[in-house]
Ligand binder design. Structure first.
Ligand SMILES: Nc1ncnc2c1ncn2[C@@H]1O[C@H](COP(=O)(O)OP(=O)(O)OP(=O)(O)O)[C@@H](O)[C@H]1O
Ligand SMILES: [Mg+2]
Length: 356
């Protein structure tokens, strides 16, 4: 969503409930993207809950620490938002110009959003300008609660950055995918599983046809391991990503494995339900591919559970696939491990002055 003037060079921030991801890209003369900065830092588990900032100073400190560690000089910043405070809809309106649309959208939007139009920032973009038989055109409507936008703005300002673009995670995901892969005409689902939110974006005929955020994610595994094994959040997290206390390894893995498989089934069925609902109500071809990303995409069992339910290929996305990386500056192992988690921030980092 273009709420501010567009930057020439900007640092992208994806502020997740478990990790802040920071990235800056450069373009060479041939227009190829090169990785300039990339960093990931954990956020304390209680700092962001249900999409709300509970401990702003901890988040600000995390961002500041990332900027310092990576010696980021750029101050203009592109930040991503997601969750229930953002509404994205494709709507039909009588044919008009972008200028006319911008003038009338607040009034038009009223019937499509569950909030008071005075409480939201609205952005509208013409998708298909040609009129259909009824003289209608297709418009993408994005509405984000002002309260949420203000919170992000002041957070980023406090971290010493200038917020210039606020973008929606689901669209960032799409921009990332379009850079790295050939977008097929057949339905493809982009599924980003973070710690507390799943961002969905179904592409059909090469464009976004359906987006949705589901309040669910990798944290569910950690909490269930915590409960079953009676351990701390940190210990549970360590068990999940394959660590854990050595002397307990003989007994532990089975219980952990059980949790991983049960929670994977739950998350996968919730995602499948959303995708299936969209596909069955909108008609057309079935899904041909799921492109999975987000930190939780690496959880053993999630990919196969998705594959079983969706009945199509499920691939883990590599957001650095078409980005030039200097191996002396970036540890390849670190990049490989963090790649699924970087899908949204890469999409944010691709935002340029004249795209929308
Ligand atoms: N190797 C791994 N195996 C399993 N889970 C992992 C792995 N690496 C990261 N995760 C999980 O991925 C999640 C973090 O991913 P990500 O950074 O995409 O989330 P986030 O953006 O912080 O969360 P959200 O956007 O939902 O608020 C955490 O739940 C973390 O435990
Ligand atoms: Mg996230």
């Amino acid at each position: 969503m273009a709420l501010f003037a567009r930057p020439r060079n900007a640092v992208a921030l994806d502020i997740g409930s478990s990790h802040v991801k920071l990235l800056e890209l450069e373009s060479d003369r041939a227009g190829r993207r090169r990785l300039k900065h990339f960093g990931v830092a954990p956020v304390p588990p209680e700092a962001i809950v249900d999409g709300a900032f509970m401990n702003t100073s901890a988040v600000v400190a995390t961002i500041r620490e990332l900027l310092a560690r990576h010696r980021v000089k750029t101050r203009d910043c592109i930040v991503g938002v997601a969750g229930n405070s953002v509404i994205i809809k494709r709507i039909s309106l009588p044919v008009m110009t972008q200028e006319e649309l911008e003038e009338s959208i607040t009034w038009e939007a009223e019937q499509y959003i569950p909030f008071d139009v005075n409480d939201v920032n609205i952005d509208a973009h013409i998708l298909k300008g040609q009129a259909d038989e009824a003289g209608q055109m297709e418009v993408l409507l994005v509405a984000a609660r002002k309260e949420l936008i203000n919170e992000y703005q002041s957070l980023v300002l406090e971290a010493g950055l200038r917020p210039v673009v606020i973008d929606v995670a689901a669209f960032a995901l799409e921009n990332q995918y379009a850079l790295n892969y050939d977008v097929p005409r057949e339905p493809t689902a982009l599924v980003n599983v973070g710690a507390s939110t799943v961002n969905l974006n179904v592409l059909r005929n090469g464009v976004s046809a359906f987006t949705r955020d589901i309040a669910m994610g990798g944290r569910a595994y950690t909490e269930e391991i915590q409960r079953v094994m009676n351990v701390s959040y940190e210990e549970a997290e360590a068990f999940k990503v394959g660590g854990g206390e050595k002397d307990r390894q003989a007994v532990v893995p089975e219980e952990v494995e059980r949790v991983l498989s049960t929670v994977s089934d739950t998350i996968a069925s919730e995602i499948h339900r959303s995708l299936d609902f969209f596909l069955s109500t909108s008609g057309g071809a079935p899904l041909t591919k799921v492109a999975l990303s987000g930190g939780a995409a690496s959880t053993p069992g999630l990919r196969s559970a998705m594959q079983r339910l969706c009945g199509c290929t499920v691939e883990i996305v590599d957001p650095f696939r078409k980005i030039q990386v200097d191996e002396r500056a970036f540890n390849p192992r670190f990049l490989q491990d963090a790649a699924p988690q970087a899908a949204v921030v890469v999409g944010l980092g691709l935002r340029r002055p004249d795209d929308k």
